[in-house]
Write a protein that binds this ligand. Sequence first.
Ligand SMILES: C[S@@+](CC[C@H](N)C(=O)[O-])C[C@H]1O[C@@H](n2cnc3c(N)ncnc32)[C@H](O)[C@@H]1O
Length: 431
Amino acid sequence: MTDQAPSAGDAGLPARQAAITLFEAALARRGGFDEALSSGALKGLEPRDRAFARALTLAALRHLGPIDNALQGKLSRPPPERVLTILRLGVAQAFWLNVPDHAAVASSVELADRGKNTQRLKGLVNAVLRGLLRDGPPMETVDTVLPAWLSARWRAAYGEEALAGIAAAVTQEPATDLTPRDPAEAQALAADLEATVLPGLTLRSALKGDVALWPGFAEGRWWVQDAAAAIPARLLRVKPGETALDLCAAPGGKTLQLAAAGATVTALDRSAPRLARLRDNLARMNLTAEVVTAEGDAWRDERQFDAVLLDAPCASTGTFRRHPDVLWASSPADIAKLAAVQTRLLAATAGRVKPGGRLVYCVCSLEPEEGESQVRNFLGSNPDFATDPIQPGEGGSPEASVTPQGWLRILPQHMAGGMDGFFAARLVRKA
Ligand SMILES: C[S@@+](CC[C@H](N)C(=O)[O-])C[C@H]1O[C@@H](n2cnc3c(N)ncnc32)[C@H](O)[C@@H]1O
């Protein structure tokens, strides 16, 4: 729930229009939500309207399955896409953004009235929305919350009970997690940030709004990082003075952890714009790293490192709590394509680890093809590497996440209040 709703009259329409743009971009393609944000979908809006547009889009995506299920019962045939968007956003406003019913209906009808292709259907928008709001919030069950192809995959991989836990996490709005630059400061920062200190010393803050205005941001005392995302870099256990390579580094959450722990870090990524964000993050935190723009599997550099982190590009299905668009814009083909990239990157990583050094492989994905299968295949073809088993509790690892092989398979329900889904394994290269 949020209290950021602007009033229903004309003042709120630009925000709702921006939400239409964001929402349709999010469904059109993987990464569309972020692309639309960075290409100015919210430009020209007041901060309050910007927050509303973003919150509305995310609420509609987080509850999209149940919304569509309820809509199906009210529509005899699929309406044009824009009308469907207006209806989905209208329902989300009323049930999850505290917008009064009359305002959600009036603004949705107004949006339909303003569009050349939707004007004639404003009566339908009015009738369908009124009917849905009378019925109350849509049913949220495993079958309505998740796309069928993902629930089938996750049922097969993790079983019925775990699937129910995953589905329950989809509709929960996540808190903001922060990593302190200096872990010894965690308790002191927690008081200023209305935060609880989680295992691993992640701070879970109850604050809302622009993080740049929160205590300690400008001074570089913490950065935003999900509790699960903060675990893999800790598993490398870097010591001051060791060399570390972060092979898919941008925008740099894990690079910051390695640098803050005192390692001499090389941060590599193929994306120059994402590396620009990494550089900004390093500067704000007053940390340093060598920054390299290159393809991880084509980088010509003979150095070997004490510690190597491969946080590989993946389908990101574990991040649905903060990025619910991944549920609706991903496909089985994405998983197959990205799994091939991971295999290539892992193969290229092996030679960059010093004999006796450590390699942590991780992905923010719930797909076994991107996690367990990758490591199993890698160990099969690289007999000089072995698993260094992760201990329960290590670096904040939930006990429930540790697999019999000593890898981590983090499911969102493994921590009260949720965490991103992740896979991680720590391997050592024999000396
Ligand atoms: C999961 S994200 C990394 C997140 C980062 N480790 C962090 O903690 O902030 C994956 C990154 O891999 C990069 N990437 C994708 N393919 C790559 C390749 N072939 N070589 C190097 N980087 C690649 C992407 O640009 C993206 O920044």
